[in-house]
Design a protein around this ligand. Structure first.
Ligand SMILES: NC(=O)c1ccc[n+]([C@@H]2O[C@H](COP(=O)([O-])OP(=O)(O)OC[C@H]3O[C@@H](n4cnc5c(N)ncnc54)[C@H](OP(=O)(O)O)[C@@H]3O)[C@@H](O)[C@H]2O)c1
Length: 335
């Protein structure tokens, strides 16, 4: 066994299924054996573990999400970036920067590592935005087909997908880009840092009136990451012929019921309402890294919250993400 390869890895495992809001008791730290890699496998020193809202749904026994649920006594799994420390794969060398879907752990064995170009993006953790970025691109460009003159509303705009989606809408020619977020500070940040034209705190007592004030002409595109009351409000303020791209369900993932569709309004306004999921369009995922690199060079802002503290910090990072404490994409740094 090479000197640099420890005999054990530290993992965060699912200790108990959640009951409502996460408390921390759902997680436990475990030490598991780490062996030299079999042929075709590599062992990776994980450097960044991605934290995303959907992980909460995967802790339940079942969900609508097309990703395997987490098993009790097994590690949580998310997108990871790290360096290879031992290799049994002919095409991957020790020291290569790689990404894969892997356990919340300091070291992990995988047969699914993809080698990354370390010079492609400013920080290794930026690679963890690939899923969210490609989703934002797919939704804005191919599903909503945003074009010159559109008035675009993004819900969940300060999060991982939303913070990129608003900027992509602008690049596609949107005349106005509006967002919703969970606090006045986040709304100001959307306007001041990400270039949104206006933003509305969705806690407003009269959400429909607040959205109408931001978009008196109505919205021609609604990019929905939240569902719930925000979806219902968007139907009310939609302009005739508006296109809805349904991407996420943050409200339902936080315990709210699925939204109700006012079919009368949908008919009279001639709305197009279309759901989409990235796993049907891996071609867009493949397109993302080069486009992202170019857009960053042209001034796209990539908000990315990095949480320090090693793998033990991951459970708290997920709880804080769900409580709305972060902006943009989020990862935990392990080295
Ligand atoms: N269709 C696809 O292929 C695809 C791909 C990726 C992600 N998704 C989905 O897209 C959604 C957004 O993902 P993300 O990674 O960008 O999440 P995220 O924005 O990073 O999620 C965390 C944010 O959700 C907001 N939030 C929490 N509870 C909320 C509630 N009850 N109502 C409204 N907002 C709430 C909080 O922001 P505030 O402080 O603003 O409340 C928090 O900062 C998720 O539902 C995810 O599952 C879909």
């Amino acid at each position: 066994m090479p000197d640099s390869l420890p005999r054990t890895a530290r993992q965060i495992q699912l200790a108990a299924r959640p009951r409502g809001k996460l408390t921390g008791d759902e997680f436990r730290v475990a030490e598991v054996p780490l062996a030299p890699p079999e042929p075709g496998h590599v062992v990776v020193r994980n450097e960044y573990v991605g934290i995303v809202a959907v992980l909460r749904a995967l802790m339940e026994p079942e969900s609508d999400v097309p990703i395997p649920q987490f098993d009790l006594g097994r590690p949580l799994v998310s997108d990871v970036v790290g360096r290879v420390v031992a290799t049994g794969a002919a095409d991957i060398g020790v020291g290569d920067l790689v990404t894969f879907r892997g356990p919340w752990a300091d070291y992990a064995d995988t047969a699914e590592a993809t080698v990354l170009d370390p010079a492609a993006l400013p920080e290794p953790c930026y690679h963890l935005a690939a899923r969210n970025g490609a989703t934002a691109l797919l939704g804005m460009r191919d599903v909503a087909a945003v074009t010159e003159g559109d008035v675009v509303l993004v819900s969940g705009a300060a999060g991982g997908v939303g913070s990129l989606a608003g900027q992509i809408a602008r690049r596609l020619g949107a005349a106005r880009v509006l967002g919703t977020a969970g606090s006045p500070a986040k709304c100001r940040w959307l306007v001041d840092e990400l270039g949104f034209d206006d933003a509305v705190d969705y806690h407003d007592d009269d959400l429909v009136a607040a959205l109408r004030a931001a978009a008196p002409e109505g919205v021609s595109v609604y990019f929905d990451l939240v569902g719930g009351a925000q979806f219902e409000a968007a139907v009310e303020i939609a302009a005739d012929h508006a296109r809805f791209a349904l991407c996420g369900a943050l409200a339902t993932q936080a315990g709210a019921p699925w939204p109700r569709l006012d079919t009368g309004a949908a008919v009279v306004k001639d709305l197009t309402i279309r759901g989409f999921a990235l796993h049907h369009r891996w071609d867009v995922f493949a397109e993302w890294p080069a486009l992202f690199s170019r857009w960053l060079g042209e001034g796209m802002v990539h908000p990315h919250t990095v949480v320090d503290g090693g793998i033990e910090a991951a459970p708290r990072a997920l709880m804080d993400l769900l409580d709305g404490r972060f902006t943009g994409n989020v990862s935990v740094r392990l080295t």
